[in-house]
Design a protein around this ligand. Structure first.
Ligand code: G
Ligand code: G
Ligand code: MN
Ligand code: NA
Length: 254
């Protein structure tokens, strides 16, 4: 069986599941969002990480139906949490280039929001600099349409691509996610401390929200807090969790 067929079968057999990792205010430890992160529960190989299969899904085009599964799961879950009166009122979903490139992507999102009766701002789409740069005009056009629906856009893995800072204000971007490679050795590494300090200042000036990724230690959190970086995501607060455990965190917070 080819890997493509394995992935296709996995989709048919409902072997994909979505984990959720909290995004948290630095000044209050309040959960503001949950990033949806796919896992493959393979009867043969156990739990597989997206790094093991997303690249194949992208090569074969299966990322489109797999991505739709994640989007649908996240919206469905956002509605469940809303009905339970739980924060967050935001779910973040990673989007591959090929998904945005689908001619009906904006309509798909719009219909999904309608189906689950959710306001657009509940959904944050995480895209990378690479995705923007593949086709700047097409991407901008779609991001503008998504913004009109209220959908939020986050720039993921920020700082690792070929960023031209020029496009940040030209595109309707709400949030920048500072890649964890800049965070893991804070505050000891002077280069990364300077970079993150500059990013925090830039985000403040441009009125962009900031999420620092990969926060594992209290001293990283403290450093980010003094820089007024609004939010963090990382093992310090929680690793990605199965939905039941993520829900428990939200219930405990209430
Ligand atoms: O959850 P984990 O840290 O193992 O994720 C590894 C990588 O897989 C991350 O870069 C993440 O963005 C990516 N990823 C996780 N879930 C999805 C998804 O639903 N779609 C896409 N395109 N990428 C995902
Ligand atoms: O690329 P993206 O930001 O979408 O990927 C999120 C990935 O980062 C997930 O695979 C998640 O497991 C991982 N991750 C989340 N928090 C931490 C952390 O504190 N440390 C490390 N090393 N990885 C993390
Ligand atoms: Mn992400
Ligand atoms: Na990232």
């Amino acid at each position: 069986l080819s890997l493509e067929n394995l992935l296709r079968k996995a989709l048919e057999r409902n072997e994909f599941i979505v984990y959720y990792q909290p995004q948290v205010l630095t000044h209050a430890n309040t959960i503001t969002g949950m990033e949806a992160l796919i896992r493959w529960r393979s009867p043969l190989h156990g739990m597989l990480s997206p790094d093991d299969f997303i690249p194949i899904a992208e090569e074969t085009g299966l990322i489109v139906p797999i991505g739709e599964f994640v989007l649908r799961s996240a919206c469905k879950q956002a509605k469940i949490w809303e009905k339970m009166n739980l924060h967050p009122l935001r779910v973040a979903v990673n989007i591959s280039s090929q998904q945005i490139e689908q001619p009906n992507f904006v309509d798909y999102i719009s219909e999904l929001l309608q189906e689950f009766d959710l306001p657009g701002h509940v959904l944050e789409l995480e895209i990378t600099e690479g995705t923007i740069l593949r086709d700047i005009n097409m991407t901008n056009d779609k991001l503008v349409k998504l913004s009109k629906l209220g959908v939020r856009i986050a720039l993921d893995d920020f700082g690792t691509g070929y960023s031209s800072l020029g496009y940040i204000k030209k595109f309707p971007i709400n949030t920048i996610k500072i890649d964890r490679c800049f965070v893991h050795d804070l505050p000891g590494n002077p280069n990364n401390s300077s970079i993150v300090t500059a990013l925090c200042s830039m985000a403040d000036g441009l009125k962009l929200e900031l999420i620092a990724e990969g926060v594992e230690k209290e001293e990283q959190m403290n450093f980010l807090r003094t820089l007024k970086c609004g939010e963090i995501q990382g093992f310090l607060f929680s690793k990605p969790l199965p939905v039941e455990e993520a829900t428990k965190l939200l219930v405990n917070e209430r």
